[in-house]
Design a binder for this molecule. Sequence first.
Ligand code: PLP
Length: 316
Amino acid sequence: MLTYADIEQAAQRIRGAAHRTPVLTSRTADDRSGAQLFFKCENFQRMGAFKFRGAYNAISRFTEDQRRAGVLTYSSGNHAQAIALSASLLGIRSAILMPHDAPELKIQATKAYGGEVIIYDRYKENREEIGQRLAQERGMTLIPPYDHPDVISGQGTAAKELFEEVGQLDVLLVCLGGGGLLAGCALAAAALSPSCKVIGVEPELGNDGQQSLRKGEVVRIGVPDTIADGAKVTHVGDHNFEVIKRHVDDIVTVSDAQLVSTMKFFAERMKMIVEPTGCLGAAAAMHGAAPVEGKRVGIIISGGNVDLSAFARLVA
Ligand SMILES: *Cc1c(COP(=O)(O)O)cnc(C)c1O
């Protein structure tokens, strides 16, 4: 079972490789939410998202044999880049399965970080099957995007740093896709600020996590239609749900329109580019989806990787 000690060890491993990202505040955001908000800015993390933490932590633990054969993963998003960059930094080969219709920008970025990109057809092939087969053929170690203990403990270091910097909080808002970030951050909160309420935030149309928490078991949905591409996940992971059940108080949802409004807020007022998924926590605080009034609230801004033309279209 994962504990806070795993997060402390992850923090040691990623030290010097990952950035200790800044915690920013905004009077305007405080006025709008009626709370005191502390933004942990993982949009300024290496490769532009918190995913570097989990990927680097997981690969750092490889044995000599695992290092020689390399790492394999499947992802169309930030985890692909996180694995490619972490592997390069550690001198290890990486292979990344990406869907044929992944944004060209993300394919190019993954290659630029040194990853070998393997394209598959997301409508005809199952990435988990191909991933397992390829990993076996090549002897590579598969590190999935969220359902892995070392990924979870790596992601939890973001909240560890936040609590170390700002002290006790009343509420922590964390965006939720497969649950790597939420599970890790909830473990850190339980150890460092035990009375803090931990709340996951999902897109309205992808509320599988909310359904799962209420039902007490992992609920699967269809691929959700939302601009929050980092949360286009059909179900939370098993390792993740184990932790979420124990340490997460509630899961709330926000609409795509609220995400866009929050993206605009960050750009105009805080001069930051935040990707739609990265806005989930802040949108919940500023649009009344989570009870924050009068409270000290931590918010993880998870990433900033959005194609600039897509960004312009969304905020226009
Ligand atoms: C992956 C990702 C998420 C969701 O994280 P999970 O660990 O899958 O819950 C949120 N925001 C961004 C920017 C991401 O890349």
